[in-house]
Design a protein around this ligand. Structure first.
Ligand SMILES: NC(=O)C1=CN([C@@H]2O[C@H](COP(=O)(O)OP(=O)(O)OC[C@H]3O[C@@H](n4cnc5c(N)ncnc54)[C@H](O)[C@@H]3O)[C@@H](O)[C@H]2O)C=CC1
Ligand SMILES: O=C(O)C(=O)COP(=O)(O)O
Length: 346
């Protein structure tokens, strides 16, 4: 097959050479791969589509623009000027994202209304984020802030904590993230509840009770912890609003690994300041990067992670597994894995 009939894959994220090689080695007679890491910021997560566009020198920008013109398939978004992707990359048919939650980004950039197909990285981050959720639950129920205080005071006094065994946790969003959290929480002896949007949905492993999402406010006073693991969609925007935050049981722990906009952040801050909410483990925020003036920086009952709880060494390898699987499906004209669905918003 001549070069002219090959499809061009443009790698828009800096990727380790071993992963690029795997992509190159997959159907080399059908795909041409462009990866010019010197144009891209490194490491990958520096290219922050949650916080704004990537910067590039003028010289690199024009070289990048040439690559975009040739691209049929993109691995990750063009973050230099994502909104204009359809005109900058007129041949592009499909973008394999390196994130699971791309709905808000596609809306913000207008890409949602383009004819490009998007696939997500859903599943890749489930294990590391379940670890972060468990870390958050243990951190507050085993009172790590208190331990740090007594150590700083060089004070020896034996103490008791509540622990998490027997505590009830409600997980909102039972996809790859929520299911991983449910399994872990159940292994730790927690009683795991989840929400459902439709009757007839079966509870996944570890979940002992499903409550109707429309009745979430009634369940909140009954749970010791709330884990947010759903996509951000018009339905989940401020799903946990002021009234829901106020309905939380005193002493509850909140974990947000979903998106900041799912919870009313000022209300959460108030509840943390008053101590009504014991603590919050937060990987995501309403505005990212978290503004300097945010009161969250100063709260000792916040376990803070700058949208990095999912970033682990194995991440790129797992994303490339999905991409290569999808390249095969693309060639065979089969449905792609993790296809973003516009009507659902995730
Ligand atoms: N903090 C981070 O770094 C990461 C955050 N995320 C966020 O978590 C979200 C979920 O990721 P995955 O579990 O991989 O996605 P997924 O596609 O596997 O699962 C999404 C789940 O959410 C449920 N859902 C949809 N709308 C809902 C609603 N209105 N209320 C409650 N549940 C609803 C679906 O039924 C499905 O079970 C992503 O969309 C993203 O926003 C995902 C990965 C990393
Ligand atoms: O996969 C997601 O949705 C995430 O939020 C993970 O972070 P990222 O987008 O890869 O910087």
């Amino acid at each position: 097959m001549s070069n002219a009939s090959k499809l061009t894959i443009l790698i828009a994220s800096p990727l380790e050479e071993e992963h690029v090689e795997r992509i190159r080695a997959f159907a080399p007679d059908r795909f041409e791969v462009i990866h010019e890491p010197s144009l891209l910021p490194t490491p990958r997560y520096v290219a922050d589509h949650h916080g704004g566009p990537r910067t590039m020198s003028e010289e690199n920008k024009s070289r990048w623009a040439e690559h975009l013109k040739q691209a049929d398939i993109l691995f990750d978004f063009d973050l230099v000027d994502p909104a204009n992707l359809p005109s900058r990359a007129p041949r592009v048919q499909w973008v394999q994202a390196t994130s699971a939650g791309i709905g808000e980004f596609l809306k913000r950039t207008g890409l949602e209304s383009s004819s490009i197909r998007f696939t997500t990285a859903s599943g890749v981050h489930a294990r590391p984020l379940a670890e972060f959720a468990m870390l958050g639950l243990l951190y507050f129920f085993r009172d790590v802030p208190g331990l740090q205080r007594v150590k700083a005071a060089r004070h020896w006094e034996r103490y008791t904590v509540e622990g998490i065994e027997g505590k009830r946790v409600l997980i909102v969003g039972l996809g790859s993230l929520g299911q991983a959290v449910a399994r872990d929480a159940a292994h730790f002896g927690m009683e795991v509840w989840g929400t459902r949007r439709r009757a007839g949905v079966e509870a996944p492993e570890g979940v002992s009770r499903l409550i109707d999402q429309s009745r979430i406010i009634e369940a909140l006073p009954e749970v010791d912890a709330l884990v947010l693991a759903c996509p951000l969609t018009p339905e989940t925007h401020l799903l946990i609003d002021k009234a829901e935050v106020e309905a939380l049981k005193p002493g509850a722990v909140v974990v947000n690994i979903a998106r900041g906009q799912v919870i009313n952040e000022p209300s959460l801050v108030e509840a943390l300041q008053s101590g009504r909410v014991r603590g919050a483990a937060l990987d995501v925020f309403t505005v990212e990067p978290l503004p300097q003036e945010s009161p969250l920086w100063d709260l000792s009952n916040v376990l803070f992670s700058p949208h990095s709880a999912s970033t682990v060494a194995a991440e790129n390898s797992r994303i490339v597994d999905i991409f290569i699987d999808n390249l095969g499906r693309f060639l065979r004209d089969e449905p792609l894995r993790n296809q973003f669905e516009r009507e659902r918003g995730y």
